[in-house]
Design a protein around this ligand. Structure first.
Ligand SMILES: [Zn+2]
Length: 356
């Protein structure tokens, strides 16, 4: 099967899916659909036969005045569905049942993302040659910050891990080499609001995570630095993600830190920060974005790791407003996507000299 045929058959499948869904798409007018109770943007798009992540931004832009916090649907309201772009490859996972042949050609399977999300479709080569180390905060015996939501305990490490996996998948789809440093053999990307707390995370590849804080941090620093020297000469970046709660009840938005002496770390943090500002401006004109990056040399990881890095703090797990954002899987996906866009911006603007 050559590439042209694959493209043709993908179109065929896409059109078929839409047809089964009973939706007709006119060339120049947009289809609409009424949101049902329990619908999120991803689910709504999926039901329409669209690859939800490819159409997420466009959907938000089309329906911004009908969304709460830019990402939440109101049940009973009518929403515009983006027109299908025929050159968009639908997600492999959805093709799976219909053709295994295409899957082999177009996608790669990564078990770490879980059964439902294991297929990674190649979307571009924009990050070809770049190496990323992704560290989600805490893990193993240390759940990080904890809170109670709807009578259930929630833990920082599970949410940081979910966002990190989503980010890894985005970066892979653009051709990057990605090392997921903190890993859970059986969690994968999870589309639930309450992520079950477990303690079986390990450090790359299968090291037990120690309970002692210094030992725990030293372990991940050593792993990253070893890989960094193995990949010497390549463009390498480290991204650490936390969902912290410095002071209870405080709404912290998203913060980006970097090492004060690292020009490339600063550029990475600024690129992601810039992307977030642009998104907030586009989708939330009335909400001021208060996150910013600043030097935090006291942070153990920032000081001791060798690749240029940024330390991202996504909200406060104990803050009600932040919780809404973190618990919603659509939102975690949007956050991961925005980070990935900042990462691409950083890579495409090149490296500053030879310093980290
Ligand atoms: Zn933390």
């Amino acid at each position: 099967m050559n590439l042209l045929n694959i493209k043709k058959s993908l179109k065929g499948i896409l059109i078929l899916t839409i047809f089964i869904g009973g939706q007709a798409f006119a060339q120049d007018s947009l289809a609409t659909v009424k949101a049902e109770t329990g619908d999120g943007i991803l689910l709504l798009l999926r039901k329409q036969g669209l690859h939800p992540y490819d159409y997420f931004d466009e959907f938000v832009a089309l329906n911004i005045e009908n969304l709460r916090d830019s990402v939440h649907l109101y049940a009973g309201r009518t929403y515009k569905i983006p027109n299908v772009k025929l050159d968009t490859v639908p997600v492999v996972a959805e093709i799976k049942e219909q053709s295994t042949e295409i899957k082999k050609v177009e996608g790669k399977e990564y078990k770490i993302f879980g059964d439902k999300h294991s297929a990674v479709v190649s979307r571009s080569e924009r990050l070809k040659g770049a190496v990323y180390y992704l560290v989600s905060g805490h893990g193993g015996p240390d759940p990080g910050a904890m809170a109670v939501y709807g009578g259930k305990s929630i833990a920082e490490d599970e949410y940081a891990y979910d966002i990190t996996l989503r980010l890894a998948k985005e970066l892979l789809s653009h051709g990057a080499t990605v090392y997921i440093i903190i890993r859970d053999p059986n969690d994968g990307i999870r589309d639930e609001r309450i992520l079950k707390i477990d303690h079986d995370e390990v450090a790359y590849l299968d090291k037990v995570i120690p309970l002692n804080q210094v030992a725990r941090l030293k372990q991940r620093v050593d792993i990253v630095n070893q890989l960094h020297s193995k990949n010497r000469g390549k463009f390498q970046r480290l991204i650490v993600t936390h969902v912290d709660s410095r002071s209870k009840g405080q709404n912290i938005d998203v913060f980006f830190y970097h090492h004060e002496k690292s020009k490339n770390g600063k550029k990475l943090a600024e690129s992601i920060h810039k992307t977030f500002q642009k998104k907030y401006k586009k989708y939330q004109p009335n909400r001021t974005y208060s996150g910013t990056f600043q030097d935090r040399t006291s942070l153990y990881l920032v000081k001791r790791t060798h690749p240029a890095m940024t330390f991202i703090e996504i909200g406060n797990i104990r803050n009600k407003k932040d919780q809404r954002r973190i618990l919603d899987p659509d939102n975690r996906q949007a956050l991961a996507k925005w980070i990935s866009e900042g990462v691409i911006l950083d890579f495409e603007s090149g490296e500053i000299g030879r310093i980290r």
